[in-house]
Structures are given as structure tokens and as C-alpha cells.
Design a protein around this ligand. Structure first.
Ligand code: MG
Length: 371
């Protein structure tokens, strides 16, 4: 690895909450990545929705395949910019661990249920999982990850919540930045989902080629693809176009970010934390990204079939939440804690569910005795 002096360095890590002897084989960021991959929360990503509910089809992205795609994009950007690939990979693999079942619809529903109890936010939940909810280790709670991985997982956070989080929350109050590795994972996430949602949208039949051609950036590239290979079929043309678009975004991100970094004189990671955000897209590509997101929102996320799934998610999560708040014994929670503590336990339980487990629980708890 050809690392820049301002890249994250496992040798100079701000450490783990519980001190551990170093591994003989792996650096600390690799060790973080491995702990994430071996966690139960990571395995459950396989059965959690990105846009389409998991049982809608085997060909669509899930949170697991999304996380792998983000990690792949993040590693490439990281290497190009001379940053630490292992850290970028660990953050990318963990970035969606806190997602509820049923994608954003599930998060909105759970947040509404938790309104009186501090709300629900998936980023914060990802950190809670790695900091305390995973319980496979004897010596500590959670996965005991390095500060740098935890800093990257906590993408945004309100000041109110940041105050409760100690060191890892400080940057939100002090308005500082995380490492460049963390910054680039956010962009890798957006680039990955914008493009794979076009692909899944088309394969689901909810977004057509004609609609896609209404998006000027897509159209421009697809005309180019078609003129190079006139016999190409529609599906191949869409695939090639998506690949090229992704490549253009990633190249632009690397070039633009490198130029921004080169204008400064950074010597260490703390210089990065004290500077403005350095990773970004050029103005032209940022505009293209905006129009891509607008297109996906209108054509796919607000599509009646996706909306129907959203409404269903709302019902399922609300009903399970209410049922468990009234009968915590159903999941072996005693009545000894405050309402607030109970709500957090119930919320952790629901947030950890896969789509199908949430549907099974809903059937079992909420639909069994309708007569
Ligand atoms: Mg994501």
C-alpha cells in the first residue's frame, strides 16, 4: 500500500475501548473488518431490503450485496487516493448494520414508534450494534472496534445524541471531519446505490428503458454505447451504460478530491479532521448525481408498487412495536425497567429483524387470534 501521510494508520490508531494485545497476522483495521464479517448483524443483512422486500425476487440487491458493492467501490477510491483500504473496507461493510427490516420505510416507521423515547436513527444503531449489541466476546461488549472504524460508522448524529457518545461524538459538536476513508465511504455508498437501483428498477419492470432515456446523462452514455456496438440488446446496453456511468462518477470523485487535497498541506490525519471536507464530486457531476437521485425518487421509490410495500412495512412495524410494549414477556423482557428502557429494548429487537422474520413475527403476534 502506498499510503499518504494523512491516511489513517493502524499503528497510530486512537485505539479500542477495551485494550487488546495486537494480532500477529492482521493490522487493527483488518481485524475490525473480520469481526464485522463474522457478526450476526452482518449475516442478517442478507435478508434485509434495500429497495425491494427480500422475498420479491432473488435477483435484487439486499443490504448484504449493497454493502459488498460499497466496499468494492470504497477500496478502489481508497487505493487511488493513497488512503487505507482496510479501514475503508471495514467502514463500508459496517455502514448499514443498523438498518431495520423493509429499508427506509422500516426506519421511518420505527422512528415514529420511538418518537417519545428519543427516536430511531440507523446510523446510531449501527454504532450501537458494534459497541454493545453484538455479544460473542467474553471480555467486552460489542465488537470492540478501533476508534477510526467507529468514527466512520457514525456518519451523522444530532448534537443531543453526540453528547452521550463520548469521544466518537465529539466531532459533531466541534464541527470537525472524520478521516478521508470515512468521507469516501459516504460517496461510495451513494454511487453504489444510485446505480444498482437503476439496474434493479429496470429488472423489476418498474423502470423502463424509455424512462431511463429521459435522464439526459444516461441517454448520452447509452447513445455512445449503442453507436460502438450497434447489435447490442437493450439489457446489455443498460448494463454497459450503468458501468460507464459508475466509472465516470468514480474517476471524477478521485480527480476532484485529489486536486482539493493537493491544494492543502496535510501531514497527518488530524490535519484532515480539522479541515473542510475534502472528498467530493466536481460541480458538474454533483449536479448529475442530483438529477439521478431525483429520477430514482420519482420513477422508483415513489412507484405505487414500492409504496405499497412501504405502507405494509409501516403496519408491520407499528403493530409489532405496540404488541411488544404491552407484552414484553413475549420476548423474555421483564417488566422491571422504565418505559423508556423498555422501548429501547423493543426497538433493538425490531431493528435487528430481517424482512421475513418481521413478517413471521407480525403473523404470529398480531394476526393469530383475529376471529
Ligand atoms: Mg448504504
Amino acid at each position: 500500500m502506498n499510503l499518504k501521510p494523512f491516511a489513517a494508520d493502524p499503528q497510530k490508531s486512537l485505539g479500542r475501548q477495551f485494550k487488546e494485545a495486537p494480532s500477529k497476522l492482521r493490522n487493527d483495521f483488518q481485524r475490525d473488518r473480520d469481526r464485522i464479517i463474522h457478526s450476526g448483524a452482518f449475516r442478517r443483512l442478507e435478508y434485509k431490503t434495500q429497495v425491494f422486500v427480500n422475498h420479491e425476487g432473488d435477483m435484487f440487491r439486499t443490504r448484504l450485496t449493497h454493502s459488498l458493492e460499497v466496499a468494492q467501490v470504497a477500496r478502489g477510491i481508497s487505493r487511488t487516493l493513497g488512503l487505507h483500504e482496510d479501514l475503508a473496507e471495514a467502514i463500508a461493510l459496517a455502514h448499514d448494520l443498523g438498518h431495520t427490516p423493509f429499508g427506509h420505510a422500516g426506519q421511518t416507521a420505527l422512528n415514529r414508534c420511538m418518537k417519545e423515547y428519543g427516536g430511531f436513527e440507523h446510523n446510531l444503531q449501527s454504532l450501537r450494534i458494534v459497541d454493545s449489541l453484538e455479544n460473542d466476546y467474553v471480555d467486552f461488549k460489542g465488537l470492540n472496534l478501533t476508534f477510526e472504524t467507529r468514527e466512520g460508522i457514525l456518519k451523522h448524529c444530532s448534537n443531543k445524541n453526540a453528547l452521550k457518545l463520548g469521544e466518537v461524538g465529539k466531532r459533531f459538536i466541534q464541527k470537525k471531519q472524520p478521516s478521508l476513508e470515512a468521507q469516501l465511504v459516504n460517496f461510495a455508498d451513494e454511487i453504489a446505490y444510485n446505480h444498482h437501483d437503476i439496474d434493479d428498477g429496470y429488472r423489476s419492470g418498474l423502470v423502463t428503458f424509455d424512462q431511463l432515456k429521459g435522464l439526459s446523462f444516461f441517454n448520452e452514455i447509452s447513445v455512445e454505447v449503442k453507436s460502438e456496438s450497434p447489435s447490442i440488446n437493450e439489457k446489455q446496453c443498460i448494463k454497459s451504460t450503468i458501468r460507464r456511468m459508475m466509472n465516470i462518477f468514480i474517476m471524477d470523485l478521485c480527480q476532484y478530491s485529489k486536486a482539493q487535497i493537493d491544494r492543502e498541506n496535510f501531514n497527518c490525519i488530524d490535519d484532515i479532521r480539522n479541515a473542510d471536507p475534502m472528498i467530493g464530486l466536481s460541480e458538474d457531476m454533483a449536479k448529475k448525481q442530483q438529477s439521478l437521485k431525483r429520477f430514482l425518487r420519482e420513477a422508483l421509490y415513489l412507484h405505487p408498487r414500492v409504496q405499497a410495500m412501504t405502507d405494509n412495512a409501516n403496519d408491520v412495524i407499528n403493530s409489532i412495536f405496540e404488541k411488544l410494549m404491552q407484552n414484553p414477556g413475549l420476548i423474555n423482557i421483564t417488566n422491571e425497567q422504565s418505559q423508556n428502557e423498555l422501548a429501547i429494548l423493543v426497538s433493538d429487537y425490531i431493528a435487528g429483524m430481517t424482512d421475513r422474520f418481521a413478517l413471521q413475527t407480525f403473523k404470529k403476534l398480531c394476526q393469530s387470534k383475529i376471529s
